[in-house]
Design a protein around this ligand. Structure first.
Ligand code: FDA
Length: 395
């Protein structure tokens, strides 16, 4: 006879653990399976090791999905305030970094330890190093789950296996394949919140700027974003770059305004007399990082001129380069470094209240595997907590 549980959750990540805790607290017998050797690996590496676990400002507009309304029900029933209260009840110190983003003061380990402690208290069992076959629906109700350690059965199976980013951590698209197997539509998915790679020409100049960080405005067809941009040896990274990749389409140029807070032509008109003897390079370096200015002016004829000497048309040319720089990324760093998957299991045949499949009773999908992707800033974890909680209340 297979070992019996009320609920089997596949995936001991953010969403899976939250679902298991919620169901366990309702008295359900819950087993969490994961093929990795440790639970919650992405939680541990998130937020630069300090886990940006939620955001003070959670609204549906911070999430992308083919159905923008899908996330609303779960987000409103388990909110950022619920998760913050849980964090506070474990006396975990945290702080707001910027734009409502909440980070642990010490370490992401605090969040994982909290979830594992809650799971333990709720009687949840976690089995690691466990490979799982495609679940089989039992004709008179329930599910059979074959693992490399034996056969199990449960009333409900919850797919919480996330997406393929960071395959070295054991990330897979197994959940997408399971959904397809059970007849769900899979929307095209790709790595997102991910650095851009540059072509050879840009790489040559930009690699000299590697490590320079500056405020810029990035624009693609459907969206603009202002924030920090970081030059890397491969291309461009930093919060504003990651954010815009949620909206970028392969092959599309990114228009960069390197000086979003003032119009350089207007500023030059203002200063050309009062600071006329100042070299243009020095003047620009007072507003932008010196290394960036040197890179920008390399080989540019007006580089050594003063504010008074430079001609209007030359200045207009420079302003164009600064305010409307068109960058054609050669691609992104892909799943190797992406933070999330954009796209995934279509929400069309998933209940927004419970996360249950409308095709197969007792089958649930939660977290990143679904076509719900948050902005950078704690939104993706909040989706994991909220969707996990929604399923945990009914499994
Ligand atoms: P998650 O990936 O957490 O868990 C899936 C689990 O399923 C894993 O334990 C995996 O081993 C397991 N699994 C996969 N395939 C399996 C299989 N075939 N069989 C058994 N088990 C399987 N978000 C945010 O809000 N704030 C932040 O600070 C960050 N920072 C961040 C940094 C980095 C480097 C990354 C890669 C990602 C982030 N994120 C983030 C995103 C966040 O980590 C992500 O959205 C959530 O972890 C998704 O939670 P899930 O539970 O859906 O998947």
């Amino acid at each position: 006879m297979p070992e019996r549980f009320d609920v089997i959750v596949v995936g001991a990540g953010a969403a899976g653990l939250m679902c298991a805790i919620t169901a366990g607290q309702r008295g359900r017998r819950v087993l969490v399976l994961d093929h990795a050797n440790k639970p919650g690996k992405k939680i541990l590496m998130s937020g630069g090791g300090r886990c940006n676990f939620t955001n003070l400002d959670i609204e549906a507009e911070h999430f992308l999905s083919a159905n923008p309304h899908f996330c609303k029900s779960a987000l409103s029933r388990y909110t950022q305030w619920d998760f913050i209260a849980l964090v506070a009840s474990h006396s975990i110190p945290y702080h707001e970094k910027s734009d409502g983003q909440l980070f642990c003061d010490h370490s992401s380990k605090d969040i994982l330890q909290m979830l594992l402690a809650e799971a333990g208290q709720a009687g949840v069992e976690v089995r690691l190093n466990t490979g799982v076959e495609t679940p089989v629906q039992i004709p008179n109700g329930g599910w059979s789950v074959l693992t490399n350690k034996g056969e199990l059965s449960a009333d409900s199976v919850v797919i919480a296996t996330g997406g393929p980013p960071i395959p070295t951590l054991g990330a897979t698209d197994w959940g997408h394949r399971i959904a397809r197997h059970f007849g769900h539509e899979i929307l095209p998915y790709r790595p997102s919140l991910v650095p851009y790679t540059a072509d050879l020409e840009h790489k040559a100049t930009w690699s000299e700027l590697s490590g320079v960080s500056m405020r810029a405005e990035l624009t693609v067809a459907s969206r603009s974003w202002v924030g920090d941009v970081l030059f890397t040896h491969r291309g461009l990274s930093g919060p504003a770059v990651l954010q815009i990749t949620n909206y970028w389409r392969e092959g599309e140029p990114v228009v960069i305004n390197w000086c979003p807070d003032q119009d350089v032509l207007v500023a030059w008109q203002r200063d050309r007399h009062s600071q006329g003897r100042k070299q243009l390079r020095t003047w620009l370096s007072e507003q932008l990082p010196r290394r960036f200015v040197n890179g920008l002016m390399q080989g540019w004829p007006g580089a050594e001129q003063t504010l008074a000497d430079i001609r209007q048309d030359a200045m207009a040319q420079l302003a164009e380069k600064l305010h409307r720089y068109s960058f054609q990324p050669s691609g992104t760093e892909g799943y190797r470094t992406a933070e999330v998957t954009l796209g995934g299991v279509s929400t069309t045949e998933i209940s927004s209240r419970t996360m249950e499949s409308q095709r197969h009773a007792g089958l649930f999908f939660i977290g990143e595997v679904l076509d719900v992707t948050g902005h950078l800033g704690g939104y993706n974890f909040q989706w994991a907590w909220s969707s996990g909680h929604a399923a945990g209340e009914v499994v």
